[in-house]
Design a protein around this ligand. Structure first.
Ligand SMILES: Cc1ncc(COP(=O)(O)O)c(C=O)c1O
Length: 443
């Protein structure tokens, strides 16, 4: 074994990295913490610590292996585990922790463009034809933001029709791809959503993967919200086909309740992130270091110093085990099903879409008695549009609870209850309903 590999396995052994499945007791976790602390400090020269005026390892930056050896390795094993869960063979591929789902989505778009037109990195957008990206009309606004930031332009993001449940319609996707090609545009990126922000819908990934394969387009899955359902044996089928994607955004800081910020971009192709983003700054990423340079992960990121987002996720995973995350995700879905069952036939409530929600998003209108029986449809919608904002404002004034609302397409303001806190109870759900009725009955 080479000297370089010796060093890798040394840290990997010390921190017992490979076992991210079971839940461990507090003594083992404490031992892990001590090992992380010792291994982090031992590898860092005192002067470097002084230079950054920071001895606290938990505020350390991740850019090179020599500065953050343990965190680099924790990222390595955790990202590998996440890729295994996606279904990529032996967890192969690449990835990075980023400041949030919006940035992870932008990374995916950047990689897709680089894969097709690597010369854009040096020569800019004038070296590429007119590129177009596709995503559903229910997708997150970060796809358009990414297009704006990368100089592709928001008008180059083509919004595909969604069905009444908010899922992308594959036939419309293919039609729009063909149409774009006929106009001389180059389709380079499709972003399917696994768990849309408002309806919690899961786009049909298998059908989308077929279309991407046929037209040779990068398939990204924005699983910022719904990606964590992969941890649940009961719900992971909703992401069937994700294993065929080129990249996936997965935010542990949403459904897995990891404190902000913690978002991962997972990429199927190894090495692409490095060549896409590296600048090889000679004061950090010297090519003649004595260790394996792939562990200097900073050069594949857009940032220079990166916050240590991995540690809390890794530690939570060690503490709860995969089974613990699964239980909390299943519990949130159970609570949302309870809410759905409670209001679907209750007087004064109407669901925004038919059938059980796929995620924890329960979208509904509350129609106070004064609105409920109005015959004039236009007047009824006008009045209903104002109900949710007033009830929410009253909730905030009383400080009892809070629930978000929004319009969607031609639908007037409705409530969107999203459950991501596994500590919530059935009684909390009962209280929410009582509160909506108490605060809204006079409207
Ligand atoms: C589907 C989806 N994608 C991306 C994002 C953005 O994630 P973040 O807030 O971590 O940037 C969100 C946030 O709500 C989302 O729902």
């Amino acid at each position: 074994m080479s000297k370089k590999n010796d060093k890798k396995s040394h840290f990997a052994r010390k921190c017992t990295f490979p076992s991210l499945s079971e839940a461990y007791c507090s003594d083992t976790l404490l031992e892990n913490l001590q090992t992380v602390a010792k291994s982090s400090q031992a590898s860092v020269a005192k002067q470097v610590v002084v230079m950054f005026a920071c001895r606290d390892i938990f505020f350390w930056l991740v850019f090179t292996y020599e500065v953050a050896p343990v965190f680099v390795l924790l990222e390595y094993v955790t990202l590998k585990k996440m890729r295994e869960i996606i279904g990529w063979q032996e967890g192969r591929g690449d990835g990075i922790f980023s400041p949030g789902g919006a940035i992870s989505n932008m990374y995916a778009m950047l990689l897709a463009r680089y894969k097709m037109f690597p010369e854009v990195k040096e020569k800019g957008m004038s070296s590429a034809p007119r590129l177009v990206a596709f995503t559903s009309e229910h997708s997150h606004f970060s796809i358009k933001k990414g297009a704006a930031a990368l100089g592709i332009g928001t008008e180059s993001v083509i919004c595909i029709k969604a069905d009444e449940r908010g899922k992308m319609i594959p036939s419309d996707l293919e039609r729009r791809i063909i149409e774009a090609k006929q106009k001389g545009y180059v389709p380079f990126f499709v972003s399917a959503t696994a768990g849309t922000t408002v309806y919690g819908a899961f786009d049909p990934l298998m059908a989308i993967a077929d279309i991407c394969k046929k037209h040779d387009i990068w398939m990204h899955v924005d699983g910022a919200w719904g990606g964590s359902l992969l941890m649940s044996r009961k719900h992971r089928w909703k992401l069937n086909g994700v294993e065929r994607a080129n990249s996936m955004t997965w935010n542990p800081h949403k459904m897995m309740a990891v404190p902000l910020q913690c978002s991962a971009l997972l990429v199927r192709e190894e090495g692409l992130m490095q060549s896409c983003n590296q600048m090889q700054a000679c004061y950090l990423f010297q090519q003649d270091k004595q260790y394996d340079l792939s562990y200097d992960t900073g050069d594949k990121a857009l940032q220079c110093g990166r916050h240590v987002d991995i540690f809390k996720l890794w530690l939570m995973w060690r503490a709860k085990g995969t089974i613990g995350f699964e239980a909390q995700i299943d519990k949130c879905l159970e609570l949302s099903e309870y809410l759905y069952n409670k209001i679907k036939d209750r007087e004064g409530y109407e669901m925004v879409f038919d059938g059980k929600p796929q995620h924890t998003n329960v979208c509904f209108w509350y129609l106070p008695p004064g609105v409920r029986y109005l015959e004039d449809k236009v007047e009824k919608m006008k009045r209903l549009h104002k109900v949710a904002p007033v009830i929410k404002a009253r909730m905030m004034e009383y400080g009892t609870t809070m629930v978000s609302y929004q319009p969607q397409g031609d639908k007037v303001n409705f409530f969107r209850m999203v459950i991501s806190n596994p500590a919530a109870t059935f009684e909390d759900i009962d209280f929410l309903i009582e509160e909506i009725e108490r605060l809204g009955q006079d409207l």
